[in-house]
Design a protein around this ligand. Structure first.
Ligand SMILES: Nc1nc2c(ncn2[C@@H]2O[C@H](COP(=O)(O)OP(=O)(O)OP(=O)(O)O)[C@@H](O)[C@H]2O)c(=O)[nH]1
Ligand SMILES: [Mg+2]
Length: 451
């Protein structure tokens, strides 16, 4: 904590407000704040009314100064909060004065990074702060708070302990070569190993809910011109967002609409109808549509039921590489024209739903099918999670599977030990036990300044 710079940043959002807060953190925080106010700070965590002076001893602003001595502060360093008035000009002038007095500008996420380095937060908790600030729904905010309070970290740490316990057994077996084979073969290590894998799976399942809640699902609507794609987007969004006409080729640009279906955040994308065309504008629209199709979590292939087409043949034609039941749902539209009712069925292993986008029949069934398809079932205790966490758990499982193979097939103690070490590193990345500096830089760099 010694020999570090003292950083400063405006902590409140830019703009005008009754109060604007500037935060200082680092060894010279007190010295700088006392130079600014030309007075000693009050005792720890007491708000002292102060004048803030410029270099010519003119009053720039007045407000409160509060100090938080290390280690009992957000960053774990000496922190001072200066609460002046919330206008961009005055706040920037105050910040400029702090720089003159020796503070340097905090980089994005640097306060949180220091809190992490000083053991005030683990990585999951630091990320949860960013997620809480960025939450777009009550449910996301609640689960971010749960992660912040350690709900996720506790689960990860419990699995880490299980894994360390297992590693100790394996290392002990290796240390006694005469008995190694027996040790490895007596089933105890295999049991422990399977126990760890089961625990990781359980955490993966909960984390998947949190990740869906945070990152949502990218759903792309695609199909022939006039199939009713834009009508479907409007029906799902509940507003007349996209232009609907009976002219084939109405939609040309890609259109994104953020909606929430059954609590699941979704980015719904409407695209240009897919067909051969000589029109250069439409051609560009189709090129963009294909790009969206490639990136979708879920594709809704909309087709016109009254045309008697085979939707799977269409899917094959439009997105051959992307037709797998996990990513594709077939939507038979205009069921009102066929006299059939809206229904859900299985079409050669694919979900098939008939709807009438125009009359809005079958839309709720479609919504339920989309959220069920994503496996979204948030529970009371869902915590926020990120793709990064799921990736780390996936790698953990891969190393565990490797360890299992080396144990069961080859009885190779050293290799089991090495795979388990890698599994522990992968899992430890989640909370930051084992994280490369570039990963940390990437995570904290995505936070906003002053956080
Ligand atoms: N009868 C009936 N007509 C529909 C239905 N859904 C859409 N339509 C009509 O079909 C026509 C085309 O609808 P759009 O939603 O613009 O179709 P699109 O797939 O977006 O077409 P492009 O943007 O040209 O690719 C319009 O006249 C709609 O009113 C439906 O469920 N039933
Ligand atoms: Mg359209």
């Amino acid at each position: 904590m010694q020999n570090r710079t003292t950083i400063a940043a405006i902590a409140t959002p830019p703009g005008r407000g009754g109060v604007g807060v500037i935060r200082l953190s680092g060894p010279k925080s007190y010295e700088i704040a006392e130079a600014l106010t030309q007075k000693k700070l009050d005792k720890a965590r007491y708000a002292g009314f102060r004048k803030f002076y410029d270099a010519n001893h003119e009053v720039m602003d007045e407000g409160l100064a509060i100090c938080f001595p290390n280690p009992h502060s957000f960053t774990g360093e000496d922190v001072v909060e200066l609460q002046g008035h919330g206008g961009p000009v005055i706040q920037n002038a105050l910040l400029g004065r702090l720089f003159e007095l020796g503070a340097i500008a905090a980089k994005a996420g640097e306060f949180s990074m220091r809190a992490f380095e000083n053991g005030k937060l683990d990585l999951v908790q630091a990320e949860a702060i960013a997620d809480l600030i960025d939450a777009t729904s009550q449910a996301a905010a609640r689960s971010a708070v749960r992660s912040l309070q350690g709900a996720f970290s506790t689960k990860v740490n419990a699995v880490l302990e299980q894994l360390i316990h297992l590693r100790l057994h394996v290392e002990a077996a290796i240390d006694f070569p005469e008995e190694e084979i027996d040790f490895l073969a007596d089933g105890k290590i295999l049991n422990l190993l399977d126990g760890v894998a089961i625990s990781v799976t359980a955490v993966q399942q909960s984390a998947r809910q949190g990740q869906l809640l945070r990152e949502g699902l990218q759903v792309v609507i695609a199909g022939k011109p006039n199939a009713g794609k834009s009508s479907l987007l409007n029906a799902l969004a509940g507003i007349e967002r996209a232009i609907v006409t009976d002219i084939a080729g109405t939609t040309r640009d890609v259109l994104h609409e953020k909606i929430t279906l059954n609590g699941l955040p979704i980015t719904l994308t409407d695209t240009a109808g897919l067909r051969e065309t000589g029109d250069i504008v439409e051609k560009e629209g189709i090129r963009r549509a294909i790009k969206e199709i490639e990136q979708a979590d879920l594709l809704l292939l909309v087709y016109d039921l009254s045309q008697g087409e085979d939707p799977l043949a269409l899917a094959q034609e439009y997105f051959a590489d992307h037709i797998e039941p996990k990513r594709l749902m077939l939507i038979g539209n205009k069921c009102d024209l066929t006299g059939k009712s809206a229904e859900i069925l299985d079409y050669q292993g694919f979900r098939h739903i008939s709807v009438s986008a125009k009359q809005e029949t079958g839309v709720q069934s479609l919504i339920d099918a989309i959220t069920a398809h994503a496996g979204f079932q948030p529970e009371e205790d869902t915590f926020i999670a990120r793709t990064r966490h799921l990736d780390a758990m996936k790698r953990t499982q891969e190393y565990l599977a490797e360890a299992r193979e080396q144990l069961v097939v080859y009885n190779a103690g050293e290799l089991v030990a090495e795979s388990l070490r890698l599994a522990q590193n992968a899992l430890g990345e989640i909370t930051g036990d084992f994280s490369a500096d570039d990963l940390l830089g990437k995570i904290f760099g995505s936070f906003c300044i002053g956080k």
